[in-house]
Design a protein around this ligand. Structure first.
Ligand code: PLP
Length: 423
């Protein structure tokens, strides 16, 4: 399987897969060069088809929390696979994972599993509309909720306008009820709004923390008009801690979206909320939602292995390492003479090449337009560190990244930044 290097694999991929990738950011279009083809991962590392090892800070965009090929996950998968991979019938595994999720997230009394974060957000939106009998959805510029038509607005469009399609192929009608507003500003709502959907910590425009009072303000604004508040915790869920962003900021939404960590690296998503809201879903209620592979035994086994392997102390220790890493990165890159901002929220680390703190998508875009990220990305990759190949992503140090590994990344970032600054 590993015959051929990165170039050969990518050339082959481009013959049979559009752009050579199954998700566009992987193509390196934003940073230039040939994508590395991963043949293996272990802990904080991945190896490519050229035989090179990288410290991996992508970690499947946050789907991997324990590190690659963690023994708890691979053992759980082997056991689950031996018992059959999918049945189209209820299984104990989905019940056990739902108990873990609802037990950890206060106020989230029921969850339904799906197969991706996109499906989770799409289904939560339909449920919110079904619950309220309203059509309008408010989302924030620069927040990503997967690629369902209605939520694909605002990936670069102006703020506070009724959404324009963010992709060819999205009919204007699909986003006609999507209102895109700036992040970190509490919008004016009215009684046409079914829900406000938000990344409680924005992690798809680089990393942007919620401004003090923002999430509380959204809760209040929703309550005033009878709209539902939806926290998209596909990234933050079980990564900031067992209670996610809702627990961290003490704001309880009506609906949650989950994905990534809760599937232990397998395709998964989930949406959940209060019992009476979830009761509006079929078969008990009129909102239809379904999936052949939903609650898949392999995905739920991997998810359970991850959630039951970590506790609050592990999250706290990881956040400590991330803070130290962020400080180190900011110091190393700044010392090379590059203006840099390194926001850190729990274990999430962002990097903006900017003079001032970044608080919304407009500032994130301005930072990305300098092209510095691409140069830094390439310089890091050459030195054996894999960052995400795009300026709007974040770094995902996880449970497998110990201080020694992160210190090594900081040291390499000093070299990479010097190379970038030297032109
Ligand atoms: C906050 C958020 N919501 C939804 C999604 C979509 O998830 P998926 O890629 O599993 O469809 C993502 C993916 O990165 C995400 O970051």
């Amino acid at each position: 399987m590993t015959a051929g290097g990165n170039r050969a694999w990518f050339d082959r991929a481009r013959q049979v897969i559009p752009g050579g990738v199954d998700s566009p950011v992987r193509s390196f279009a934003a940073v230039g060069g040939t994508p590395y083809t991963v043949v293996r991962g272990e802990g904080p590392y991945v190896w490519d088809a050229d035989g090179r090892r990288y410290v991996d800070l992508v970690q499947s965009y946050g789907a991997v929390l324990l590190g690659h090929a963690h023994g708890a996950v691979t053992a759980a998968l082997a056991e689950a696979a031996a018992a059959g991979t999918t049945f189209g019938a209820p299984t104990p595994g989905e019940v056990l994972l739902a108990e873990l999720v609802t037990g950890a997230v206060e106020g989230c009394e029921q969850v339904r599993f799906v197969s991706s974060g996109t499906e989770a957000a799409m289904s939560a939106l339909r449920l919110a509309r079904g619950c309220t009998g309203r059509d309008r959805v408010v989302k924030f510029d620069g927040c990503y909720h997967g690629h369902a038509d209605a939520l694909l607005a605002g990936a670069g469009s102006g703020a506070a306008t009724l959404g324009l399609p963010g992709s060819a192929g999205v009919p204007a009608g699909a986003v006609a009820d999507t209102l895109v507003v700036p992040y970190n500003v509490v919008p004016e709502l009215d009684e046409r709004v079914a829900c406000v959907v938000v990344e409680p910590v924005a992690a798809n425009m680089g990393l942007v923390a919620p401004a003090p009072g923002f999430l509380e303000g959204l809760r209040r604004a929703c309550d005033e008009v009878g709209a539902l508040l939806v926290f998209d915790e596909v990234i933050t869920g079980f990564r900031l801690g067992p209670g996610g962003a809702a627990a961290r900021y003490g704001v309880r939404p009506d609906l949650w979206c989950f994905g990534k960590v809760i599937g232990g690296g397998l395709p998964v998503g989930a949406f959940g909320g209060r019992r009476e809201v979830m009761a509006v879903l079929a078969p008990d209620g009129p909102v239809y939602q379904a999936g052949t592979l939903s609650g898949n035994p392999l995905a739920t086994a991997a998810g359970r292995a991850v959630l039951s392997s970590v506790g609050p102390a592990d999250y706290e220790a990881l956040a400590g390492r991330a803070r130290r890493f962020g400080d180190g990165l900011a110091g190393a890159v700044g010392a090379a003479g590059l203006a840099v901002q390194v926001p850190v929220v729990g274990p999430l680390v962002g990097i903006f090449f900017a003079e001032a703190e970044v608080g919304d998508y407009a500032a994130a875009r301005a930072s990305a337009s300098s092209g510095r990220y691409a140069a830094f990305f390439t310089a890091m990759l050459e030195r054996g560190v894999a960052l995400a190949p795009g300026p709007y992503e974040v770094l995902f140090p996880g449970m497998a990244h110990d201080e020694a590994v992160l210190d090594e990344v900081v040291a390499l970032s000093a070299e990479a930044a010097a190379a970038v600054a030297g032109g």
